[in-house]
Design a protein. Sequence first.
Length: 296
Amino acid sequence: MKDISEMLGCRYPIIQGPLGGVTNPELVAAVSEAGGFGLLAAYITSDAAKLKAQIDRVKSLTDKPFGANLVAMNPKSIEFAQILVDSGVPAVTVSAGNPKELIKFFKAQGVKVLNVAPTVDSAKKAADLGVDAIIAEGSESGGMQGFNGPSTMVLVPLVVDTVDVPVVAAGGIADARGYRAAFALGAKGVQLGTCLITSKECIAHENYKKAICEADDANTRLVNLGRIQVRALRTPLVEQVLAGEAKVSFADFTPKNVEAAWIEGKLEVFPVSAGQIAGMIREVKSVRQIIEEIVA
């Protein structure tokens, strides 16, 4: 069975997580230049022209392979998929929603598809649809979450035992120990998210990065947005939401609010995503330093 680096054409079996509204082209290119597989996040925008411009910008910064993440529930996902195919993107990750149409579309175009699965059942269904790999994402990961998913330690070996395609471990990985543990569980690669938000190349605001670096093991919470949950840092806004003193919903998960909170540093506007691994992150580093320390 191929490992992820061979499948994606990168040096290390490391995939950058989609990271919502802070996957600037410079970050994506830096991940690929450092030997990983950078990913643009297409789910936080409805602007096809912006996606094309971001792809072109990454290409101007690196000649290494990179991909993108698509959210299946996005009504523009097929339109975005065509842009990715036309741009020569070799692989994509698909999450949040029924991936059937996207898998069928990409496979017909020769693009590798990795499906994000928070449960064994969703992993099996995606494997049956012909995906090239499964990203088994545990419930300790940051960002969008379901309501009943197990932790990475439990999920990864269960998925490995269930599917016949390579499995990527996601959630709770930020150093060499987590990297090695993922392979011990049977994974062929890892996906990194929260630790890359704190990279020098990421456009996340200093306030966001500082909040991650100051977090401890209990500094994230699951925030119910209705259709989904989001694992986010325990900011005053999140504390107010959990206490019933404020309210946020899926309708508030807009590019405007995400940009205000994540890029402009207005943490009172919207929750800022982070995984439980934030408790192990203490400083801002370059992408290359993060990746090289993990694979050392």
